[in-house]
Design a protein around this ligand. Structure first.
Ligand code: MSP
Length: 502
């Protein structure tokens, strides 16, 4: 696979509350994809951060009796610490109150204003406080919006409607732009109706926590017009041209399906007006549900990622989130499925393979990795799977099918466990020690390759495996395990969990 520059983003999270598993999910997903790309030799820019302006944050601060900036400064470390605990290796962390961002937002606003793409108008309409935007009559009648009030005020509008046809044309001629396919169709459906212009200001008399409009200081910028620009201010738009050109256009904006319209309609039309290329792909994943409802703080059904990590460790949590959700669809978070997956994939399949090979190498070879000797036809399926795996994984990752990539890797684990059963090195060792050596070398080598591939998902435990095998820093091709290496002592990788009593 040719190496390249790869720029990936997560949404920037509102600092209105503590991060929950939904936020952790998108961030882990981005981290896993980044790590796979880095392992493939790509140069990666992984950007995440915080959305600190707007009504939600202002209200959260008021509720706690704090100034908004103070509130943001208090909450930002909770996100940063959680990302550290979750082994998230981002390249940049942007906060929309940073000067490097606010300056760019003002610059873009001025630019778009100078191009005559922003105008002022009197507006009367229904406003959803929880969604922070004006809604149409149809939306109001749908019953899906809470906190609705009628507002009449003068505001600034971005001429979004002007770019409607161009956007439709772009979506149709770039099949990779909005993924998965059903989300693309959703947006094209939405674009069949005439597009309204976008209200991009809030009068300070109503909401003051935002970036001042450069051409009218009685207004602040609508939070989405501000937040979306983080994707370009992060890599240096308007300040560091070489850096920006290196990374833009972004390869993937990862988002949840709840923020599809803002990303697939507002954002591209803003970029059209700015005269900047569009990102290559916007990928919307589904929701984590508990029962049949979205996990959300306001519904009081969130899973706290910190509790899970404390109890089960970081790697199983990352593994579960990556393997349980088919990207693009919703998934149900239950402790039962967590424990089942832990026991079957991690304890029985992966962890047990390490125990088996190190136990047998300890027993028959004094804990020293034996010689491979001559390969026989029995090893062929294992060797072939290893040789195929690198491109299978890369291909799945390129299509953002993380779950499929994990599954491919686990297939190797299962294949080797079956190979061990069939070859029974514990029996062979009694008659032909070198044949037992060949079998154990092969199984241990496969275990090493599995650990190398799974590093992106479980950086901790795979490191332990590679340390035990004396194979840190090795690649994913067959034959890099060194015979004669003494295995290091280790504990069980993933001790089985009991299902909680009903
Ligand atoms: N601040 C905006 C995004 C601006 S991006 C320019 C925002 N923030 S948010 O804090 O509400 O987080 C939204 C993102 O968190 C979702 O798009 C999704 O990626 C993730 N999730 C929040 N709850 C989730 C679930 N229950 N399940 C999966 N992901 C969820 O919107």
């Amino acid at each position: 696979m040719a190496q390249k520059n790869f720029y990936l983003t997560t949404p920037i999270y509102y600092v209105n509350d503590e991060p929950h598993i939904g936020h952790a999910y998108t961030t882990i997903l981005a981290d896993v994809i980044s790590r796979f790309h880095r392992a493939n030799g790509d140069e990666v820019f992984f950007l995440t951060g915080l959305d600190e302006h707007g009504q939600k944050v202002q209200q959260a601060a008021e509720k706690r009796g704090r100034q908004p900036q103070e509130h943001c400064d208090l909450l930002a470390p909770r996100f940063i610490q959680l990302w550290e605990k979750l082994e998230i290796k981002y390249d940049d962390f942007i906060r929309t109150t940073q000067e490097r961002h606010t300056r760019i937002v003002q610059q873009v606003l001025q630019d778009v204003y100078d191009k005559d793409d922003i105008y002022m108008a009197e507006y009367e309409g229904w406003y959803s406080v929880s969604e922070e935007r004006f809604i149409t009559d149809t939306e109001k009648d749908s019953g899906e919006f809470r906190d609705i009030k009628k507002i009449q005020e003068k505001n600034y509008f971005f001429k979004m409607s002007k770019y409607q046809d161009r956007l439709i044309e772009h979506i149709q001629s770039n099949p990779e732009f909005i993924q998965p396919e059903h989300r693309k169709n959703e947006i094209l459906g939405f674009l069949r109706q005439p597009l309204n212009d976008l209200c991009i200001s809030r009068p300070k008399s109503r909401m003051s926590w935002g970036i001042d409009l450069p051409f009218d200081d009685e207004y602040v910028t609508y939070v989405w017009f501000d937040a979306l620009l983080n994707y370009v201010s992060g890599p240096g738009y308007g300040s560091d041209e070489a850096k920006f050109n290196k990374w833009w256009p972004a390869d993937v904006h990862l988002i949840g399906k709840d923020i599809l319209t803002t990303h697939c309609v507002y954002w591209p039309t803003m970029l059209f007006s700015m005269g900047v290329e569009l990102p290559k792909t916007i990928f919307a994943h589904g929701w984590w549900l508990t029962g049949d409802t979205k996990m959300s703080k306001s519904l009081g059904n969130v899973v706290n990622p910190l509790d899970l990590i404390d109890e089960y460790g970081v790697d199983p949590v990352r593994y579960y989130l990556m393997s349980e959700m088919v990207l693009g669809q919703d998934a149900n978070f239950t402790m039962e499925s967590f424990i089942k997956r832990f026991n079957s994939d991690l304890a029985n399949d992966f962890g047990n393979l390490l125990n088996r090979v190190s136990g047998l190498i300890g027993k028959y070879f004094d804990g020293v990795i034996p010689e491979l000797g001559e390969l026989t036809p029995s090893e062929q399926p294992v060797v072939e799977k290893i040789n195929a795996l690198e491109s299978q994984v890369a291909e799945s990752i390129n299509q953002l099918k993380v779950q499929e990539a994990v599954d491919q890797i686990l297939q190797l684990v299962r294949l080797v466990n079956k190979y061990m059963e069939e070859q029974a090195p514990w029996r062979v060792a009694k008659e032909d020690l070198s044949a037992a050596g060949r079998i154990l070398y092969t199984a241990t080598e496969a275990l090493r390759v599995v650990a190398v591939h799974l590093t992106a998902v479980m950086p901790d435990k795979t490191r332990t495996v590679l340390e035990v095998l004396g194979a840190l820093g090795t690649g994913s091709q067959w034959g890099q395990l060194t015979s004669g290496t003494k295995l290091k002592e280790h504990d069980a990788l993933f001790p089985r969990l009991e299902l909680p009593a009903e």
